[in-house]
Design a protein around this ligand. Structure first.
Ligand SMILES: [Zn+2]
Length: 357
């Protein structure tokens, strides 16, 4: 009789103590705060840590993917992202109206014609619209050119590549209207020499050889370069995109990361370059550095172009990325670089400011 009583007493005391402590500490509040903390920080941490824990190239990848917000990519921090998102020019109205198909469709022709360097090129684009716009299902396409108008009647401009479509073409164009198949991966990827890269980096053979040449030429001019990101698989791009999506929602994520299938890195012909130890990694200010200037002046001599030139996002879909190079071969890269600098314009393709869906 006495023992059970004592046990009951003790149990009651423990229960009371626990209750009191629990009440005192406002467990609901704690739980909510913890929940909020988890919600507020876990996705960032999950994204950052999972990316940071990968090889260096992965980290660079995640950073690069924020290319529309190049300053954000510098350190990839949350604060920078916030400030970028708050910055009107880093969150272009285009991005903001992504969901508004009618506004976009109506705005596209006027908006996109402005950045064109000349009347001539504008005319050429609208008159040369090749079969590519069939896959874009762009409402504008119907009133600009017949989808069946093939590039043949371009008088076979030698400076327009014949194959802009095949995923494994050296001249395939990938943009927000021209995704790659999810199962595509190049079959001639090779590793770049370690002394040219941060982490392990792969490109298609021809682009890799051109990179080695270009880096040697840069070195001869006293400019040190390294590849910080190169080939990325569809699945890898998916992981990057999803990491952002959880935290930032579709609109902001689309401004920071290419959707899987829409990254040129999947071609094995694109890479991100910086100066070893430089502070301007994956930022727009890289374009002002000696290395950035050198690339702008000489990349085409080695078959590369700065794929997303300044103030051309209404055509390319991406803001200025002085670090992102795309291989096209010397002939085509030189043609692009010595004219408008924009592949879509020089190759007679429609602007691709936004995703089609
Ligand atoms: Zn890139």
């Amino acid at each position: 009789m006495q023992r059970p009583f004592n046990v009951t007493l003790a149990a009651s005391a423990v229960t009371l103590t626990c209750l009191a402590a629990a009440l005192y500490a406002s467990p609901v509040v704690i739980a909510e705060n913890m929940g909020r903390q988890v919600q507020a920080f876990a996705p960032v941490n999950a994204g950052c840590s999972s990316l940071a824990n990968d090889e260096p190239s992965v980290r660079a990848d995640s950073v690069d993917e924020t290319r529309e917000h190049s300053t954000m990519t510098n350190d990839g921090t949350w604060q920078t992202v916030e400030s970028e998102i708050d910055t009107p020019e880093s969150a272009p109205t285009k991005e903001g109206s992504t969901q508004d198909a009618t506004v976009d469709a109506a705005a596209s022709p006027e908006d996109t014609s402005e950045p064109y360097p000349s009347e001539a090129s504008t005319t050429r684009i609208t008159s040369e619209l090749p079969s590519n716009d069939t896959e874009a299902s762009d409402p504008n396409a119907t009133d600009t050119a017949s989808p069946t108008a093939a590039p043949e009647d371009d008088t076979q401009d030698a400076n327009i590549p014949e194959d802009l479509e095949s995923p494994d073409s050296m001249t395939v164009i990938v943009n927000k209207a021209r995704p790659l198949p999810s199962d595509f991966s190049p079959d001639d990827l090779v590793n770049l020499p370690d002394d040219l890269t941060a982490g392990s980096q792969q490109l298609r053979e021809q682009a890799a050889e051109a990179t080695e040449e270009m880096f040697k030429a840069a070195q001869d001019d006293g400019v040190e370069l390294q590849v910080v990101s190169s080939y990325r698989s569809y699945d890898y791009q998916q992981r990057i995109y999803d990491n952002y999506l959880d935290e930032f929602g579709v609109k902001n994520t689309d401004a920071m990361s290419a959707r899987p299938g829409y990254s040129e890195h999947q071609t094995g012909l694109a890479m991100d370059v910086d100066t070893p130890g430089g502070d301007e990694t994956l930022t727009s200010t890289f374009g002002e550095t000696e290395a950035g200037q050198w690339l702008a002046d000489h990349a085409h001599e080695h078959g590369f172009i700065i794929r997303f030139p300044k103030d051309q996002e209404e055509i390319t879909g991406f803001q200025y990325e002085p670090w992102h190079l795309r291989y096209f071969s010397e002939q085509y890269a030189t043609h692009v670089a010595e004219n408008s600098g924009v592949a879509e314009i020089e190759f007679g393709l429609e602007p691709a400011p936004d995703y089609q869906d």
